[in-house]
Design a binder for this molecule. Structure first.
Ligand code: GAL
Length: 405
């Protein structure tokens, strides 16, 4: 049996817009209502009302932590108009988690923005960062005494590339210039948010918080060992996996490294064009692997390789997301089990890992893909909002209980 460290954090994640429902003041809702996306989130999982029920399920499944996000557009639906009752709502959420023995891991930005913020230009404008920082300051002041783990920004590069380069997420733009600008502004916003959070804890004489981002990492593997492929894999690894993290490490603004890991990217480049070097993948299903329902390769070893490569940072990592969308629950369990094996392997190789958070606690609104992908440990019937615990969740509950695989 492979034992995980003592005090390991075990849990699952959600994000506000994907589960709460009726987030009517954010840019996603606006785009959904304008029929710019495949599906609208509408009432989603009604988690805004049903959170206590969902956390009871997590508790029964032996989770000891839970990751969720605070919806900025609920807190500040119009510029400067802070909603005390909405802050109270998240305070209740945290109290409920704590009463059930679940350590809260709180995300401050998970892809959505208040409409007023995006109408001003959102993350493309350096000077607008101050609005996010004001929100961070307000929330952290209110909740500091109840929260130890913060994630300022979820997957900054996924946000900037999907919203400003690929044009698939609001505001659906395609501009390399804006993508770079947004990425840099997010890095700057994180750094300042980090300082604000730490300062509040010092002022309040609280134990130092643990602040990070959740970085999306992909395993870049080459299809054929050509010079082009090797260079491409190297560049992608540097640019997409480690550039952002290293930038923040240099600024000393990470207390741990939040890692979201899902899949492999099979690099196969036909020309030296920069566009191909940075994006082209093998279209032929060479080196086939089992896939999730969105067609992403299942590649547990990638988790091991990436975490091992991060050992040199001498900072603890925290798996803030890892999961699979599938209708085949046996495959879900295989996915989880194999990733936990690799996680244990890398811990044995000397990498400090604080915990493992599965994406997601419940089925939810998968952004531009809508409600079809099923990532949940708990199945949602969207007709009647009924929750059904999947077998994989029960098996995972055994691991969470014993702390071993
Ligand atoms: C992550 C994201 C989550 C979730 C997940 C599954 O990129 O943080 O919100 O959608 O992917 O695709």
């Amino acid at each position: 049996m492979n034992k995980f460290p003592q005090n390991f954090l075990w849990g699952a994640a959600t994000s506000a817009h994907q589960v709460e429902g009726q987030n009517i003041y954010n840019d996603w809702w606006q785009a959904e209502q304008g029929h710019l996306l495949k599906e609208a989130s509408n009432s989603a999982c009604r988690h805004y009302e049903l959170y206590a029920q969902d956390f009871s399920i997590a508790q029964q499944l032996n989770h000891n932590c839970h990751r969720f996000s605070i919806e900025w557009s609920r807190i500040e639906p119009q510029e400067g108009n802070f909603q005390v009752l909405e802050i109270e709502h998240y305070r209740k959420i945290i109290a409920d988690l704590r009463s059930k023995g679940l350590e809260p891991v709180v995300t401050l930005h998970h892809f959505t923005n208040p409409v007023w913020f995006s109408q001003k230009g959102g993350w493309t404008k350096f000077k607008l960062q101050k609005y996010f920082l004001r929100f961070v300051d307000r929330i952290v002041r209110e909740l500091a005494d109840q929260v130890q783990f913060w994630i300022t920004i979820n997957e900054p590069l996924v946000y900037s590339s999907h919203s400003y380069f690929l044009g698939v997420w609001p505001p659906q733009e395609r501009s390399l210039f804006k993508t770079v600008k947004v990425t840099l502004n997010l890095a700057g916003a994180h750094t300042k948010a980090y300082q604000i959070i730490h300062q509040i804890y010092r002022q309040k004489n609280l134990v130092k918080p643990m602040v990070s981002i959740a970085a999306n990492l992909q395993a870049f593997e080459i299809c054929q060992p050509t010079a082009k492929n090797k260079l491409a894999a190297y560049l992608r690894n540097r640019l997409y996996n480690f550039y952002f993290i290293e930038k923040l490490l240099r600024k000393k603004t990470l207390d741990y490294i939040g890692v979201n890991y899902y899949s492999r990217n099979l690099v196969d480049v036909q020309s030296w064009r920069i566009k191909d070097l940075l994006a082209q993948t093998c279209p032929y299903n060479h080196h086939p692997l089992p896939k999730n329902s969105l067609g992403w390769d299942i590649y547990p070893e990638g988790l091991f390789k990436l975490l091992l490569a991060m050992k040199k940072y001498k900072l603890a990592v925290f798996i803030t997301e890892n999961g699979i969308c599938t209708q085949d629950d046996k495959l879900r369990w295989d996915y989880i089990y194999q990733h936990l094996q690799q996680l244990h392997r890398v811990i044995s190789a000397g990498v400090e890992v604080l915990g493992y958070i599965y994406w997601s606690l419940i089925d939810n609104f998968e952004w531009d893909k809508g409600f079809i992908p099923r990532f949940g440990l708990v199945q949602i019937d969207y007709q009647n909002q009924q929750r059904t615990v999947r077998e994989s969740a029960k098996k995972l509950a055994e691991v969470f209980k014993s702390g071993e695989i």
